[in-house]
Design a protein around this ligand. Structure first.
Ligand code: BES
Ligand code: MN
Ligand code: ZN
Length: 477
Protein backbone atom coordinates (compact mmCIF):
# COMPACT_ATOMS: atom_id res chain seq x y z
CA UNK A 1 0.00 0.00 0.00
CA UNK A 2 1.16 3.49 -0.87
CA UNK A 3 0.31 6.23 1.60
CA UNK A 4 0.43 9.93 0.73
CA UNK A 5 -0.29 13.29 2.27
CA UNK A 6 -2.33 15.48 -0.09
CA UNK A 7 -1.54 13.24 -3.04
CA UNK A 8 -3.42 13.18 -6.32
CA UNK A 9 -6.52 11.10 -5.86
CA UNK A 10 -8.56 11.36 -9.05
CA UNK A 11 -11.28 8.71 -9.14
CA UNK A 12 -10.62 7.65 -5.57
CA UNK A 13 -13.25 6.59 -3.08
CA UNK A 14 -13.58 9.21 -0.37
CA UNK A 15 -13.99 9.19 3.38
CA UNK A 16 -15.96 12.21 4.59
CA UNK A 17 -17.01 13.02 8.13
CA UNK A 18 -20.69 13.71 8.52
CA UNK A 19 -21.57 14.54 12.06
CA UNK A 20 -21.47 18.31 11.83
CA UNK A 21 -24.25 20.46 10.41
CA UNK A 22 -24.94 20.44 7.55
CA UNK A 23 -23.44 17.42 5.79
CA UNK A 24 -20.90 18.43 3.14
CA UNK A 25 -22.12 18.94 -0.43
CA UNK A 26 -22.70 17.69 -3.06
CA UNK A 27 -24.38 14.73 -1.37
CA UNK A 28 -25.56 16.52 1.74
CA UNK A 29 -29.22 16.09 1.00
CA UNK A 30 -28.88 12.41 0.27
CA UNK A 31 -26.98 11.93 3.52
CA UNK A 32 -29.61 13.85 5.47
CA UNK A 33 -32.24 11.49 4.07
CA UNK A 34 -30.21 8.48 5.20
CA UNK A 35 -29.91 10.00 8.64
CA UNK A 36 -33.59 10.81 9.00
CA UNK A 37 -34.51 7.31 7.82
CA UNK A 38 -32.22 5.94 10.56
CA UNK A 39 -30.05 4.15 8.02
CA UNK A 40 -26.92 6.09 8.95
CA UNK A 41 -26.40 6.93 12.61
CA UNK A 42 -23.45 9.33 12.76
CA UNK A 43 -23.88 10.02 16.48
CA UNK A 44 -23.18 6.34 17.15
CA UNK A 45 -19.86 6.37 15.34
CA UNK A 46 -21.24 4.40 12.41
CA UNK A 47 -19.52 4.23 9.03
CA UNK A 48 -21.57 3.76 5.88
CA UNK A 49 -20.81 3.23 2.21
CA UNK A 50 -22.74 5.33 -0.29
CA UNK A 51 -22.61 4.81 -4.05
CA UNK A 52 -22.62 8.20 -5.85
CA UNK A 53 -22.09 9.51 -9.37
CA UNK A 54 -18.54 10.44 -8.38
CA UNK A 55 -17.80 7.00 -7.01
CA UNK A 56 -17.80 5.44 -3.59
CA UNK A 57 -18.31 7.67 -0.58
CA UNK A 58 -17.59 6.42 2.93
CA UNK A 59 -19.55 8.40 5.48
CA UNK A 60 -17.99 8.42 8.92
CA UNK A 61 -19.84 9.35 12.09
CA UNK A 62 -18.74 10.90 15.33
CA UNK A 63 -16.18 9.26 17.61
CA UNK A 64 -17.54 8.67 21.10
CA UNK A 65 -14.82 10.99 22.35
CA UNK A 66 -12.11 12.89 20.51
CA UNK A 67 -9.19 11.01 22.01
CA UNK A 68 -6.37 9.23 20.20
CA UNK A 69 -7.83 5.75 20.65
CA UNK A 70 -11.39 6.45 19.56
CA UNK A 71 -10.43 8.69 16.66
CA UNK A 72 -8.08 6.02 15.37
CA UNK A 73 -10.78 3.38 15.82
CA UNK A 74 -13.26 5.41 13.77
CA UNK A 75 -10.70 6.04 11.02
CA UNK A 76 -9.86 2.34 11.03
CA UNK A 77 -13.52 1.42 10.57
CA UNK A 78 -13.77 3.77 7.59
CA UNK A 79 -10.62 2.37 5.98
CA UNK A 80 -11.78 -1.20 6.57
CA UNK A 81 -15.14 -0.52 4.99
CA UNK A 82 -13.43 1.00 1.95
CA UNK A 83 -11.31 -2.13 1.70
CA UNK A 84 -14.34 -4.39 1.96
CA UNK A 85 -16.04 -2.31 -0.73
CA UNK A 86 -12.99 -3.00 -2.93
CA UNK A 87 -12.13 0.68 -3.27
CA UNK A 88 -8.56 0.27 -4.53
CA UNK A 89 -7.72 3.94 -4.06
CA UNK A 90 -8.97 5.98 -1.12
CA UNK A 91 -8.84 9.60 -0.05
CA UNK A 92 -9.46 10.45 3.60
CA UNK A 93 -10.78 14.01 3.65
CA UNK A 94 -9.66 15.35 6.99
CA UNK A 95 -10.64 18.87 5.95
CA UNK A 96 -14.22 17.71 6.52
CA UNK A 97 -13.48 16.84 10.16
CA UNK A 98 -16.08 18.72 12.24
CA UNK A 99 -14.31 18.23 15.59
CA UNK A 100 -11.62 20.00 17.58
CA UNK A 101 -8.62 17.70 17.24
CA UNK A 102 -5.49 19.40 15.90
CA UNK A 103 -4.47 18.76 12.30
CA UNK A 104 -1.16 17.09 13.13
CA UNK A 105 -2.80 14.63 15.53
CA UNK A 106 -5.52 13.83 13.01
CA UNK A 107 -3.02 13.27 10.22
CA UNK A 108 -0.91 10.98 12.41
CA UNK A 109 -3.96 8.98 13.50
CA UNK A 110 -5.19 8.67 9.91
CA UNK A 111 -1.80 7.45 8.69
CA UNK A 112 -1.65 4.74 11.36
CA UNK A 113 -5.30 3.81 10.80
CA UNK A 114 -4.70 3.46 7.06
CA UNK A 115 -2.04 0.80 7.67
CA UNK A 116 -3.88 -0.93 10.47
CA UNK A 117 -7.38 -0.77 8.95
CA UNK A 118 -6.16 -2.14 5.63
CA UNK A 119 -4.22 -4.97 7.29
CA UNK A 120 -4.84 -8.63 6.49
CA UNK A 121 -2.65 -11.66 7.15
CA UNK A 122 -2.78 -13.71 3.98
CA UNK A 123 0.60 -15.42 4.09
CA UNK A 124 -1.00 -18.85 4.45
CA UNK A 125 -3.95 -18.29 2.15
CA UNK A 126 -3.96 -19.82 -1.31
CA UNK A 127 -5.35 -16.60 -2.77
CA UNK A 128 -4.09 -13.20 -1.78
CA UNK A 129 -6.33 -10.24 -1.27
CA UNK A 130 -4.59 -7.01 -2.28
CA UNK A 131 -6.90 -4.55 -0.51
CA UNK A 132 -6.35 -0.80 -0.82
CA UNK A 133 -3.45 0.03 -3.07
CA UNK A 134 -3.25 3.75 -2.48
CA UNK A 135 -4.48 5.94 0.34
CA UNK A 136 -4.14 9.71 0.36
CA UNK A 137 -4.80 11.84 3.40
CA UNK A 138 -6.19 15.24 2.52
CA UNK A 139 -5.61 18.04 5.01
CA UNK A 140 -4.71 21.66 4.40
CA UNK A 141 -2.45 23.62 6.71
CA UNK A 142 1.23 23.93 7.46
CA UNK A 143 3.60 21.69 9.40
CA UNK A 144 1.82 18.39 8.94
CA UNK A 145 4.67 16.59 7.19
CA UNK A 146 6.43 15.33 10.33
CA UNK A 147 3.23 13.96 11.89
CA UNK A 148 2.46 12.24 8.60
CA UNK A 149 5.94 10.68 8.41
CA UNK A 150 5.65 9.40 11.98
CA UNK A 151 2.21 7.93 11.43
CA UNK A 152 3.30 6.32 8.18
CA UNK A 153 6.36 4.77 9.82
CA UNK A 154 4.49 3.60 12.90
CA UNK A 155 1.63 2.15 10.85
CA UNK A 156 4.05 0.24 8.61
CA UNK A 157 5.90 -1.09 11.61
CA UNK A 158 2.70 -2.19 13.37
CA UNK A 159 1.80 -4.13 10.21
CA UNK A 160 5.33 -5.56 10.16
CA UNK A 161 5.04 -6.65 13.81
CA UNK A 162 1.62 -8.22 13.15
CA UNK A 163 2.98 -10.18 10.20
CA UNK A 164 5.82 -11.51 12.32
CA UNK A 165 3.64 -12.39 15.31
CA UNK A 166 0.97 -14.07 13.17
CA UNK A 167 3.49 -16.43 11.58
CA UNK A 168 3.26 -19.86 13.19
CA UNK A 169 6.06 -21.13 15.39
CA UNK A 170 7.52 -23.48 12.78
CA UNK A 171 7.67 -20.57 10.40
CA UNK A 172 9.06 -18.14 13.00
CA UNK A 173 11.74 -19.82 15.08
CA UNK A 174 14.26 -17.90 17.19
CA UNK A 175 16.64 -18.07 14.26
CA UNK A 176 14.06 -16.85 11.73
CA UNK A 177 13.11 -14.08 14.10
CA UNK A 178 16.72 -12.98 14.44
CA UNK A 179 16.80 -12.82 10.64
CA UNK A 180 13.66 -10.68 10.71
CA UNK A 181 15.30 -8.23 13.12
CA UNK A 182 18.36 -7.96 10.86
CA UNK A 183 16.14 -7.37 7.84
CA UNK A 184 14.13 -4.69 9.67
CA UNK A 185 17.35 -2.92 10.63
CA UNK A 186 18.73 -2.89 7.08
CA UNK A 187 20.02 0.59 6.16
CA UNK A 188 18.68 1.82 9.50
CA UNK A 189 20.66 4.14 11.82
CA UNK A 190 21.36 1.47 14.45
CA UNK A 191 23.36 -1.70 14.95
CA UNK A 192 22.20 -5.23 15.62
CA UNK A 193 24.15 -7.99 17.30
CA UNK A 194 22.80 -11.55 17.35
CA UNK A 195 23.97 -13.88 20.10
CA UNK A 196 23.72 -17.60 19.38
CA UNK A 197 23.53 -20.42 21.90
CA UNK A 198 27.28 -20.53 22.41
CA UNK A 199 27.47 -16.81 23.06
CA UNK A 200 24.57 -17.06 25.49
CA UNK A 201 26.37 -19.84 27.35
CA UNK A 202 29.53 -17.75 27.50
CA UNK A 203 27.50 -14.85 28.88
CA UNK A 204 26.06 -17.05 31.62
CA UNK A 205 22.45 -16.82 30.46
CA UNK A 206 21.62 -20.01 32.35
CA UNK A 207 18.01 -19.14 33.12
CA UNK A 208 17.24 -18.50 29.47
CA UNK A 209 19.15 -21.64 28.43
CA UNK A 210 17.16 -23.68 30.98
CA UNK A 211 13.92 -22.54 29.37
CA UNK A 212 15.29 -23.34 25.94
CA UNK A 213 16.82 -26.70 26.92
CA UNK A 214 13.87 -28.82 25.77
CA UNK A 215 13.68 -27.17 22.37
CA UNK A 216 15.01 -28.45 19.09
CA UNK A 217 15.28 -24.96 17.61
CA UNK A 218 18.20 -23.16 19.26
CA UNK A 219 17.79 -19.80 21.06
CA UNK A 220 18.99 -16.39 19.94
CA UNK A 221 19.28 -13.04 21.61
CA UNK A 222 19.17 -9.85 19.56
CA UNK A 223 20.78 -6.67 20.88
CA UNK A 224 19.91 -3.44 19.06
CA UNK A 225 21.80 -0.21 19.78
CA UNK A 226 20.69 3.25 18.73
CA UNK A 227 22.39 6.43 19.89
CA UNK A 228 20.16 9.40 19.13
CA UNK A 229 21.55 11.47 22.00
CA UNK A 230 25.34 11.27 21.65
CA UNK A 231 25.84 14.23 23.99
CA UNK A 232 24.76 12.06 26.90
CA UNK A 233 26.32 8.74 25.97
CA UNK A 234 25.67 7.23 29.41
CA UNK A 235 21.97 7.92 29.38
CA UNK A 236 20.88 4.58 27.95
CA UNK A 237 17.41 3.09 28.23
CA UNK A 238 17.33 -0.70 28.10
CA UNK A 239 14.23 -2.12 26.41
CA UNK A 240 13.52 -5.81 26.84
CA UNK A 241 10.95 -7.80 24.89
CA UNK A 242 9.83 -11.35 25.65
CA UNK A 243 10.48 -13.46 22.57
CA UNK A 244 9.02 -16.92 23.17
CA UNK A 245 8.40 -18.11 19.62
CA UNK A 246 6.36 -20.92 21.17
CA UNK A 247 5.19 -21.56 24.71
CA UNK A 248 3.81 -25.06 25.26
CA UNK A 249 4.26 -24.60 29.00
CA UNK A 250 6.96 -27.29 29.06
CA UNK A 251 6.39 -30.14 31.56
CA UNK A 252 3.93 -27.84 33.35
CA UNK A 253 1.99 -28.31 30.15
CA UNK A 254 -0.68 -25.89 29.02
CA UNK A 255 -4.21 -27.05 28.15
CA UNK A 256 -5.05 -28.09 24.58
CA UNK A 257 -6.77 -24.79 23.97
CA UNK A 258 -4.27 -22.73 25.94
CA UNK A 259 -1.39 -23.46 23.60
CA UNK A 260 -3.02 -23.04 20.20
CA UNK A 261 -2.07 -19.39 19.80
CA UNK A 262 1.13 -19.52 21.84
CA UNK A 263 3.24 -18.64 18.82
CA UNK A 264 2.31 -15.07 19.72
CA UNK A 265 4.35 -15.28 22.94
CA UNK A 266 7.07 -13.32 21.12
CA UNK A 267 4.85 -10.26 20.77
CA UNK A 268 6.89 -8.28 23.30
CA UNK A 269 10.09 -8.78 21.29
CA UNK A 270 8.36 -8.06 17.97
CA UNK A 271 6.75 -4.80 19.08
CA UNK A 272 9.95 -3.69 20.79
CA UNK A 273 11.86 -4.14 17.52
CA UNK A 274 9.07 -2.36 15.60
CA UNK A 275 8.94 0.62 17.98
CA UNK A 276 12.74 0.79 18.25
CA UNK A 277 13.10 0.83 14.47
CA UNK A 278 10.50 3.59 14.15
CA UNK A 279 12.18 5.67 16.87
CA UNK A 280 15.60 5.31 15.24
CA UNK A 281 14.38 6.07 11.73
CA UNK A 282 12.45 9.11 12.97
CA UNK A 283 15.65 10.26 14.69
CA UNK A 284 14.29 10.59 18.24
CA UNK A 285 17.05 12.09 20.43
CA UNK A 286 17.37 9.15 22.85
CA UNK A 287 19.85 6.36 23.45
CA UNK A 288 18.16 2.98 23.28
CA UNK A 289 19.46 -0.55 23.64
CA UNK A 290 16.92 -3.29 23.01
CA UNK A 291 17.59 -6.79 24.31
CA UNK A 292 15.35 -9.45 22.80
CA UNK A 293 15.70 -12.99 24.17
CA UNK A 294 14.14 -15.44 21.69
CA UNK A 295 13.58 -19.14 22.35
CA UNK A 296 10.97 -21.91 22.59
CA UNK A 297 9.45 -23.48 25.69
CA UNK A 298 9.05 -27.16 24.75
CA UNK A 299 9.17 -30.58 26.40
CA UNK A 300 11.97 -33.09 25.99
CA UNK A 301 14.06 -35.36 28.22
CA UNK A 302 16.77 -32.72 28.34
CA UNK A 303 14.31 -29.97 29.23
CA UNK A 304 14.12 -28.24 32.58
CA UNK A 305 11.71 -29.68 35.13
CA UNK A 306 9.44 -28.52 37.91
CA UNK A 307 11.46 -28.85 41.10
CA UNK A 308 14.77 -27.94 39.46
CA UNK A 309 16.88 -25.21 40.98
CA UNK A 310 18.50 -23.20 38.22
CA UNK A 311 20.96 -20.29 38.13
CA UNK A 312 20.61 -16.91 36.44
CA UNK A 313 23.05 -14.52 34.79
CA UNK A 314 22.60 -12.31 37.84
CA UNK A 315 23.77 -15.07 40.18
CA UNK A 316 20.50 -15.62 42.05
CA UNK A 317 19.17 -19.17 42.18
CA UNK A 318 15.58 -19.97 41.25
CA UNK A 319 13.37 -22.90 42.20
CA UNK A 320 11.28 -23.79 39.16
CA UNK A 321 7.79 -24.37 40.52
CA UNK A 322 6.31 -24.04 37.02
CA UNK A 323 8.08 -24.50 33.70
CA UNK A 324 5.21 -22.40 32.30
CA UNK A 325 6.44 -19.31 34.16
CA UNK A 326 9.26 -19.12 31.61
CA UNK A 327 8.94 -15.53 30.42
CA UNK A 328 10.23 -14.09 33.66
CA UNK A 329 13.26 -16.41 33.50
CA UNK A 330 14.37 -15.29 30.06
CA UNK A 331 13.66 -11.68 30.98
CA UNK A 332 15.69 -12.00 34.19
CA UNK A 333 18.77 -12.73 32.08
CA UNK A 334 17.88 -10.03 29.56
CA UNK A 335 17.59 -7.48 32.39
CA UNK A 336 20.98 -8.50 33.74
CA UNK A 337 22.52 -8.26 30.29
CA UNK A 338 21.04 -4.78 29.76
CA UNK A 339 22.38 -3.55 33.11
CA UNK A 340 25.81 -5.18 33.08
CA UNK A 341 26.79 -5.27 29.43
CA UNK A 342 24.87 -2.31 28.04
CA UNK A 343 25.05 0.04 31.00
CA UNK A 344 21.30 0.71 30.98
CA UNK A 345 20.29 3.45 33.43
CA UNK A 346 16.56 2.74 33.20
CA UNK A 347 14.67 -0.34 32.12
CA UNK A 348 11.49 -1.00 30.18
CA UNK A 349 10.21 -4.49 29.50
CA UNK A 350 7.20 -5.66 27.53
CA UNK A 351 5.98 -9.23 27.71
CA UNK A 352 3.00 -11.53 27.25
CA UNK A 353 3.78 -12.53 30.81
CA UNK A 354 0.61 -13.77 32.51
CA UNK A 355 -2.86 -15.10 31.85
CA UNK A 356 -3.71 -13.07 34.96
CA UNK A 357 -3.27 -9.85 33.00
CA UNK A 358 -5.71 -11.13 30.37
CA UNK A 359 -8.23 -11.99 33.08
CA UNK A 360 -7.80 -8.67 34.88
CA UNK A 361 -7.66 -6.20 31.99
CA UNK A 362 -8.84 -8.02 28.84
CA UNK A 363 -7.80 -7.32 25.27
CA UNK A 364 -7.52 -3.51 25.32
CA UNK A 365 -5.55 -2.53 28.40
CA UNK A 366 -1.86 -2.97 29.15
CA UNK A 367 -1.10 -3.88 32.74
CA UNK A 368 1.92 -1.91 33.93
CA UNK A 369 4.14 -2.13 36.98
CA UNK A 370 6.01 1.13 37.58
CA UNK A 371 7.09 2.94 40.72
CA UNK A 372 9.50 5.58 39.42
CA UNK A 373 7.74 8.98 39.35
CA UNK A 374 9.31 10.05 36.06
CA UNK A 375 8.37 6.80 34.33
CA UNK A 376 4.83 6.89 35.73
CA UNK A 377 4.35 10.30 34.13
CA UNK A 378 6.03 9.25 30.90
CA UNK A 379 3.99 6.09 30.40
CA UNK A 380 0.71 7.87 31.17
CA UNK A 381 1.54 10.58 28.65
CA UNK A 382 2.60 7.95 26.10
CA UNK A 383 -0.67 6.11 26.66
CA UNK A 384 -2.73 9.26 26.08
CA UNK A 385 -0.96 10.18 22.86
CA UNK A 386 -0.75 6.66 21.43
CA UNK A 387 -4.32 5.75 22.41
CA UNK A 388 -3.12 2.51 24.01
CA UNK A 389 -4.62 2.30 27.49
CA UNK A 390 -2.50 1.33 30.51
CA UNK A 391 -3.43 0.60 34.11
CA UNK A 392 -1.04 0.33 37.02
CA UNK A 393 -0.92 -2.73 39.23
CA UNK A 394 -0.16 -2.29 42.92
CA UNK A 395 3.27 -3.59 43.86
CA UNK A 396 2.80 -4.32 47.55
CA UNK A 397 6.13 -5.60 48.90
CA UNK A 398 4.30 -8.12 51.11
CA UNK A 399 3.48 -10.15 48.02
CA UNK A 400 7.14 -11.01 47.60
CA UNK A 401 6.43 -13.81 50.06
CA UNK A 402 4.53 -15.67 47.32
CA UNK A 403 7.86 -16.27 45.61
CA UNK A 404 9.68 -17.66 48.63
CA UNK A 405 11.58 -20.91 48.20
CA UNK A 406 13.14 -23.04 50.95
CA UNK A 407 16.18 -24.22 49.03
CA UNK A 408 16.73 -21.39 46.56
CA UNK A 409 16.82 -17.57 46.52
CA UNK A 410 13.32 -17.40 45.04
CA UNK A 411 10.69 -19.43 43.19
CA UNK A 412 9.52 -18.58 39.67
CA UNK A 413 5.85 -18.94 40.57
CA UNK A 414 3.59 -19.04 43.60
CA UNK A 415 2.12 -22.37 42.60
CA UNK A 416 -1.21 -20.74 41.89
CA UNK A 417 -1.49 -18.65 45.07
CA UNK A 418 -2.10 -14.92 44.91
CA UNK A 419 -2.30 -12.63 41.88
CA UNK A 420 -0.19 -14.10 39.06
CA UNK A 421 0.10 -10.77 37.22
CA UNK A 422 1.62 -9.03 40.24
CA UNK A 423 3.70 -12.07 41.18
CA UNK A 424 5.23 -12.04 37.70
CA UNK A 425 6.13 -8.38 38.04
CA UNK A 426 7.51 -8.98 41.55
CA UNK A 427 9.79 -11.68 40.18
CA UNK A 428 11.16 -9.37 37.49
CA UNK A 429 11.72 -6.58 40.02
CA UNK A 430 14.28 -8.78 41.77
CA UNK A 431 16.49 -8.46 38.68
CA UNK A 432 16.33 -4.69 38.12
CA UNK A 433 19.08 -3.66 40.56
CA UNK A 434 16.68 -0.97 41.87
CA UNK A 435 16.99 1.02 38.63
CA UNK A 436 13.96 3.00 37.39
CA UNK A 437 11.86 0.34 35.70
CA UNK A 438 8.63 -0.01 33.75
CA UNK A 439 7.09 -3.42 33.17
CA UNK A 440 4.32 -3.81 30.59
CA UNK A 441 2.30 -7.03 30.64
CA UNK A 442 0.80 -7.08 27.15
CA UNK A 443 -0.71 -10.59 27.37
CA UNK A 444 -4.21 -9.13 26.89
CA UNK A 445 -3.78 -6.55 24.09
CA UNK A 446 -1.18 -8.44 22.02
CA UNK A 447 -3.78 -10.80 20.56
CA UNK A 448 -7.46 -10.44 19.80
CA UNK A 449 -10.26 -12.67 18.65
CA UNK A 450 -12.58 -9.71 18.19
CA UNK A 451 -12.68 -7.45 15.17
CA UNK A 452 -13.18 -3.71 15.29
CA UNK A 453 -11.70 -0.61 13.72
CA UNK A 454 -7.99 -1.22 13.52
CA UNK A 455 -7.91 -4.70 15.10
CA UNK A 456 -8.71 -8.06 13.56
CA UNK A 457 -8.45 -11.67 14.66
CA UNK A 458 -4.84 -12.39 15.53
CA UNK A 459 -1.87 -10.23 16.38
CA UNK A 460 -2.60 -6.55 17.05
CA UNK A 461 0.92 -5.10 17.23
CA UNK A 462 -0.22 -3.47 20.48
CA UNK A 463 2.58 -1.75 22.34
CA UNK A 464 4.37 -0.48 19.22
CA UNK A 465 2.82 3.00 19.38
CA UNK A 466 2.89 3.03 23.19
CA UNK A 467 6.63 2.34 23.24
CA UNK A 468 7.33 4.84 20.47
CA UNK A 469 5.54 7.59 22.42
CA UNK A 470 7.35 6.51 25.58
CA UNK A 471 10.68 6.93 23.79
CA UNK A 472 9.55 10.39 22.73
CA UNK A 473 8.78 11.21 26.36
CA UNK A 474 12.24 10.05 27.39
CA UNK A 475 13.71 12.24 24.67
CA UNK A 476 11.86 15.33 25.88
CA UNK A 477 12.76 14.91 29.51
N1 BES B 1 2.80 -16.82 27.84
C1 BES B 1 2.12 -17.12 29.04
C2 BES B 1 1.08 -16.05 29.43
C3 BES B 1 -0.08 -15.86 28.49
C4 BES B 1 -1.27 -16.51 28.71
C5 BES B 1 0.01 -14.97 27.44
C6 BES B 1 -2.34 -16.30 27.87
C7 BES B 1 -1.07 -14.76 26.60
C8 BES B 1 -2.25 -15.43 26.81
C9 BES B 1 3.09 -17.24 30.21
O1 BES B 1 4.32 -17.76 29.89
C10 BES B 1 2.48 -18.15 31.22
O2 BES B 1 2.30 -19.29 30.91
N2 BES B 1 2.19 -17.62 32.40
C11 BES B 1 1.63 -18.40 33.44
C12 BES B 1 2.36 -18.06 34.72
C13 BES B 1 2.01 -18.96 35.88
C14 BES B 1 2.49 -20.35 35.63
C15 BES B 1 2.62 -18.38 37.12
C16 BES B 1 0.14 -18.07 33.56
O3 BES B 1 -0.22 -16.91 33.46
O4 BES B 1 -0.64 -19.00 33.73
MN1 MN C 1 4.33 -19.88 29.94
ZN1 ZN D 1 4.93 -17.50 27.92
Amino acid sequence: MELLLNGKAAGAAQVVFCWGEPCPPPYGEQVERLISAGRFRPQEGQVKALETEDGLLILAGKPEKEDARLVKQLLGRAVRLAREERAGTLEIDLDSWPGEMAGAELVRAAAIAAWEGNYVFDRYRSKDDPGLERVSIKRSGEGLERAFQEGDRLGRNVAEARDTINRTSRDMTPETMAGWVLELAKDGPYEVEILDEEALRAAGAVAMLSVSAGAHNPPRMAVLRYRGNPEHPDDVTGVLGKGLTYDSGGLSLKTKKGMITMHHDMSGAAVTAAAFDAAARMGLPVNLTAVLPMCENMLAPQGYRPGDVIGTMDGKTVLVTSTDAEGRLVLADALTWAIRKEGAKRLVDIATLTGGAVAAFGPLIHAVAVEDTELIRAVQEASDTSGEPVWRMPMLADYKSYLKAEHADLANSSGGAGPSMINGAMFLREFTQSLPWLHIDCAGPSWTEKTDGCRFWGATGAGTALLFELFRQLAEK
